[in-house]
Design a protein around this ligand. Structure first.
Ligand code: PMP
Length: 458
């Protein structure tokens, strides 16, 4: 390791506080400090090159050297470098992006506002719903429905909506969150229960839970079309078709958290279309700016728009917003990212390479250590098991996911451990060849890790 690179690692070790980082792995493997990127590859400060099998955090969909995005940023910086949307102010790219998003929306949507992140978007929706219900004389409609293993962000309310065990350590989710079943058939369907029956059972459980809680206390339900950080959980085909009538029966708005799925990740332009969701509110982020600027968006249906506008009038305004929400540079970048994805063949590429990706992933389900290979479009996961028949996971102490990821990293591929699974989300610009290489390395790495684990559990 050369001296300059050692100093980067030392400098970060003594200055930077890592979050969402497995500290034992950081200690043994060290950080990866990136110097620059080329297409879907990142190159670290010691010159090691990695294929980014997760598109960073699902977001760098156009890779790391898209000049058209940096040019769009520079152009906007030189024209008008920054502003806000409070007090009725706005700027041209922000209005243009709002129009563009409404045109592309998967369901009729009537208005949009922007945030800096997915968490802020979800957080904003909670406040918007609380305002709306309160102004309609229903202030008791405050509870929010979410699902086990959901991920909706890291701010306080978005963490509360996140159905992961770690939130308990923060004293969350708190009394206003109602956590429903995770629609993961492989893990949670009863023996002999088909996908459709499983979906029907989850819909019946939803109704029971709504009645227990009191429909008059519920503000809305959040749901990712395909769960991402919960381990790429694709719901049964009829899941949303079955739960939506239940929500409609009790006037509960459905919020589609398209932060990961939006703009092509599932092989459909929106996850909503891939899973048959009919949302009242849609959240987008990540691919919207291809990760070149912090951006989030909330789209409102005509009904929610009308009601939220009426509520804002009652309250005189919706007291909410972020200094840099709807930033003109972020909007200019997003307009260009969306144009590249939808008009320059990138979305077509996603659909094409997804076939190679999904079939290759499914083939790895034959591996003795893999219980399930799942996914949709360019998102996928491999679930490791100690026993394929009982679906028993490995003990957490074996750190299987971390070991697979480390072996892959040593071979120049970034993939992400997630509990007992590893998840993959290659950039939208990946070629068939790059996807084939990723899958081949994965197979090799599974063999290596299985070889060592067999010895340890025997
Ligand atoms: N919702 C979903 C579905 C996400 O995957 C994420 C981030 N991974 C978020 C919300 C939060 O977005 P951010 O990290 O931009 O706040």
């Amino acid at each position: 390791m050369n001296i300059a690179a050692q100093s980067w690692e030392r400098r970060e070790a003594t200055s930077f506080f890592h979050t969402f980082t497995d500290l034992p792995s950081l200690k043994t493997d060290g950080p990866v400090i990136i110097d620059h990127g080329e297409g879907p590859y990142i190159i670290d400060t010691v010159g090691r090159r990695y294929f980014e099998g997760n598109s960073g955090l699902w977001n760098m969909t156009l890779g790391f050297s898209e000049r058209r995005l940096s040019d769009a940023a520079l152009k906007q910086y030189q024209e008008f470098p920054g502003y806000h949307t409070f007090f009725g102010r706005n700027s041209k790219p922000t209005v243009e992006l709002a129009e563009r998003m409404l045109k592309l929306a998967p369901a009729p949507m009537s208005r949009v506002f922007f945030t800096n992140s997915g968490s802020e978007a979800n957080e904003s929706i909670v406040k918007l719903l609380w305002m709306m219900w309160a102004a309609e004389g229903r202030p008791e409609r405050r509870k929010l429905l979410t699902r086990k293993n959901a991920y909706h962000g890291a701010t306080v309310m978005a963490s509360a909506l996140t159905g992961k065990d770690y939130v308990k350590a923060f004293g969350l989710p708190g009394p206003e969150i109602v956590t429903l079943d995770c629609p993961h058939a492989w893990r949670f369907a009863l023996p002999g229960e088909g996908d459709d029956e499983f979906a029907a059972r989850l819909a019946a459980n939803l109704e029971t839970r709504i009645l227990q809680e009191g429909p008059e206390t519920i503000a809305g339900m959040f749901a990712e079309p395909v769960m991402g950080a919960g381990g790429v959980i694709v719901p049964p085909a009829t899941y949303f078709a079955k739960i939506q009538p239940v929500l409609q029966r009790y006037g509960i708005p459905l919020i589609a958290d398209e932060v990961i799925c939006g703009f092509g990740r599932t092989g459909s332009l929106w996850g909503t279309l891939a899973v048959g969701q009919q949302p009242d509110i849609i959240v987008a982020s990540k691919s919207m700016s291809a990760g070149y600027f912090p951006m989030g968006a909330v789209m409102l249906s005509a009904d929610i728009d009308k009601r939220a506008t009426a509520a804002s009038e009652v309250w005189e305004e919706f007291p909410h917003g972020f200094t840099t929400g709807g930033h003109p540079v972020g909007c200019a970048i997003s307009l260009e990212a969306i144009r590249i994805i939808t008009e320059e063949g990138v979305f077509e590429n996603v659909k094409s390479v997804s076939e190679t990706f999904q079939s290759g992933l499914r083939a790895l389900a034959d591996h003795p250590m893999i219980g399930e290979a799942r996914g949709m479009g360019l998102m996928g996961a491999l679930e490791t098991v100690a026993d394929k028949k009982t679906k028993q996971s490995f003990s957490g102490d074996l750190r299987i996911g971390e070991r697979i990821s480390k072996e892959a990293r040593d071979r120049g591929f970034i993939i992400r451990p997630l509990g007992s699974s590893v998840v993959l989300a290659p950039p939208f610009i990946s070629t068939h060849g790059q996807i084939e290489e990723l899958l081949a390395v994965l197979k090799e790495v599974l063999d290596v890790v299985y070889g060592t684990v067999k010895g340890e559990v025997a």
